[in-house]
Design a protein around this ligand. Structure first.
Ligand code: CMP
Length: 230
């Protein structure tokens, strides 16, 4: 109790304590926007505290805190603008729920914005075994057969990728993918996506996580298929 009385006896000391408390909270919250907002308020309290000491303002501390406020305000504004732009259409929302369930909306929106919608009739071939694909597909509706040397080895359903293996390995397509019914997909041009993928680390993390989850699902159904048919 006496420690508090001794160290929090003046307004600047109280403001510094509030600043530290808010900085602590900023590092505890997980959302980057809240981290920046708490940091701004914390640094504001500390900047005001730096103006009030009896011996006169501490300009270095004041300027440092104001600089941090400016940087965080700038990035918060960008984040808010990006969040506003990241509203999903109904189709995008259901594709996000299926393929990117726990990923940040902002990054998924960035990824979706780089793609376009395409519809394919039954029997159209999306990828040819042994060729270098120029597109990556994410099925929204419909189904596709996967075949290797004309033998059916699997199936791709809504919410799953087609062409993700060669995208990751930079190898040729390991199978032929043919639509089994009318199919609607989100389609990325590979060259554009690769540029974005190497430039934007957040987008890269989101895409790798989604492809990883998709590959697990594909391996599990492959295991079931092998156990059933040998
Ligand atoms: N066993 C499988 N089950 C489901 N999809 C597959 C399977 N094997 C290959 N594919 C898909 O077929 C695609 C062929 O091109 P890629 O190798 O780029 O990526 C491959 C996957 O998207």
């Amino acid at each position: 109790m006496s420690f508090i009385q001794e160290n929090l006896s003046s307004l600047p000391e109280i403001l510094v304590a509030i600043g530290f408390l808010l900085t602590f909270i900023a590092f505890v919250v997980r959302d980057i926007l809240w981290l920046r907002i708490f940091t701004i308020v914390a640094k504001f309290a500390m900047a005001v505290a730096a103006l009030l000491p009896e011996g006169g303002p501490m300009w270095l501390s004041f300027s440092g805190n104001m600089l941090l406020i400016a940087v965080n305000l700038f990035h918060s504004t960008l984040l808010v603008m990006e969040k506003r732009r990241s509203s999903f259409s109904n189709e995008e929302q259901s594709l996000k729920d299926a393929a990117f369930p726990s990923m940040e909306r902002v990054f998924v929106k960035r990824l979706f914005s780089a793609a376009s919608w395409s519809e394919f009739d039954q029997g159209e071939t999306l990828l040819f075994e042994g060729e270098c694909p120029d597109r990556l597909f994410l099925l929204f509706e419909g189904k596709a057969f996967v075949s290797v040397r004309h033998k059916r080895v699997g199936e791709i359903r809504a919410g799953q990728f087609a062409g993700e293996m060669s995208f990751l390995t930079m190898e040729k397509a390991g199978a032929t993918v043919t639509t089994r019914e009318k199919t609607k997909c989100l389609v990325w041009e590979r060259s554009a996506l690769e540029k974005l993928y190497h430039k934007d680390k957040d987008l890269q993390a989101v895409l790798i996580a989604a492809i990883g989850a998709d590959l697990v699902t594909k391996i599990l159904s492959q295991n079931r298929r092998t156990a059933k048919f040998g």
